[in-house]
Design a protein. Structure first.
Length: 436
């Protein structure tokens, strides 16, 4: 019975552990972040707000209905003077007036521009969301890759530590037999201590890296997660030389689309300033009733009510603005010209950026292959120097140099893998080929 309880407790702990640790591939992390990143959520709310603003602009030009009720009570009646004649106010003491007004905008240039601006504002919000999603994706890839880099670094330092501790034990035996100097043993002690210090630091950085990744994908900072990808597998998946032949999709680049939005908004502002010269026309229909009484009798059946109705048209025409209108139109035109130049500038920068991103990506792949071969050579050199050292055919200095070369090659190879992943991401973004 006791054994059964222990087995049940063991499996229960496994279930709890599985529930506590969330496992993410890189794509899982990206997908989760696009749904849960707080900045992304706010960008989605901006789109909803823009949709409501668009409806606000439309609704201003639709029929408007308003109702009013007014009650007046002359607490003390005054008098009217007509020349030398003074007449007591003959108005009833109590007055009630109720009415309904229907108004309709017939023509207003600013309303037309407002409708067009609302549409552009919605496009701006949608493009801002796309830009946010791209930045989130880049941030996740960067954070995810950094964690993998740190995990690989931990593994490398732990393996190096095991090797150096083994070498240190062997060196002590050799020293005790009088076949080497104490300085060589001390040098190995320094090497082991340095590796242990670096291992502790990388372990702390790994913990911080996981917290940063949690924040980026929208999890609690202390959430326990594990990563299913490895740095090397992810690097291999991201080597795709076909990207070097991709066409320049500048029109679909998000920065270019945002620049076009800015240009369109400046066009509308200029259009608005031009429309200010045109008249504004609106119409209204009013219907109501009025009641009068010396005593408050409006709730009785014999109270008399006097209906009324009214139709009217309002016409407002700007005649003279002392040069204000001309100045605002000139300023709006200058801003439009600036935005047109900005579109051309961004287009040229994107062309240069695509060429640069392709070059960086191609170089990162070349560096990856080079660092991979250099690591193999460094491992071979270090191994040979170990054999020479412990056989008494090599110096401790030569071994130290070979080990230092190996450790540098290890870190450079890890960084080269991460560079492949990050440079591919940059190229995909500027080519608008990022998989969201």
């Amino acid at each position: 019975m006791k054994n059964k309880l222990l087995i049940l407790a063991f499996f229960f702990s496994l279930i709890v552990s599985a529930q506590e640790n969330k496992n993410f591939s890189l794509q899982d992390a990206i997908d989760y972040a696009l749904e849960n990143n707080r900045t992304g959520k706010n960008a989605e709310r901006d789109i909803e707000a823009a949709k409501q603003q668009k409806w606000e602009a439309i609704a201003k030009g639709l029929p408007q209905i308003g109702a009013s009720v007014e009650y007046q009570n002359w607490l003390k009646k005054g008098a009217f003077a007509f020349g030398s004649q003074i007449t007591e106010n003959a108005n009833p003491r109590h007055t009630v007036t109720a009415g309904v007004t229907l108004s309709q905008l017939l023509f207003d240039g600013s309303y037309i521009v407002g409708l067009q601006s609302a549409k552009v504002f919605l496009e701006i919000s949608e493009n801002a969301k796309e830009k946010t999603d791209i930045e989130i994706r880049k941030a996740v890839i960067n954070a995810y890759g950094n964690v993998l880099l740190l995990e690989e670094s931990i593994d490398v330092f732990e393996r190096n530590k095991i090797v150096q501790i083994k070498n240190l034990k062997a060196a002590k035996i050799v020293y005790e037999n009088g076949m080497t100097e104490e300085e060589n043993v001390d040098q190995l002690k320094i090497t082991v201590s340095s590796i242990e210090s670096n291992l502790k630091n990388v372990t702390r950085l790994h913990s911080l890296g996981l917290k940063m990744l949690n924040i980026t994908i929208g999890l609690d900072v202390n959430e326990k997660i594990t990563l299913s990808n490895t740095l090397e597998n992810l690097t291999t998946e991201n080597i795709d030389l076909s990207l070097m032949n991709s066409e320049e999709n500048i029109e679909n680049n998000i920065d270019y689309k945002i620049a076009l939005n800015e240009k369109r908004s400046k066009e509308l502002l200029l259009k608005l300033e031009k429309y200010r010269k045109f008249p504004t026309v609106s119409a209204f229909v009013n219907g109501g009733v009025s009641g009068f009484s010396e005593t408050y009798s409006f709730a009785t059946n014999d109270q008399k009510w006097f209906p009324s109705s009214l139709f009217g048209v309002n016409l407002s025409v700007p005649l003279f603005t002392s040069g204000w209108g001309k100045a605002t139109r000139k300023r709006a035109k200058l801003n439009l010209e600036k935005s047109e130049n900005n579109v051309i500038e961004i287009e040229q920068n994107l062309k240069l950026g695509i060429a640069s991103a392709k070059s960086n990506y191609e170089f990162s792949i070349e560096e990856y292959n080079t660092k991979k071969e250099l690591l193999k050579l460094a491992e071979s050199i270090e191994g040979k120097n170990q054999i020479k050292y412990f056989e008494g055919m090599g110096s401790s200095f030569d071994l130290q140099q070979a080990q230092s070369q190996l450790y540098n090659a290890q870190q450079e190879f890890l960084q080269a893998m991460l560079d492949v992943i990050n440079t591919k991401t940059e190229l995909e973004v500027i080519l608008n080929q990022a998989n969201n």
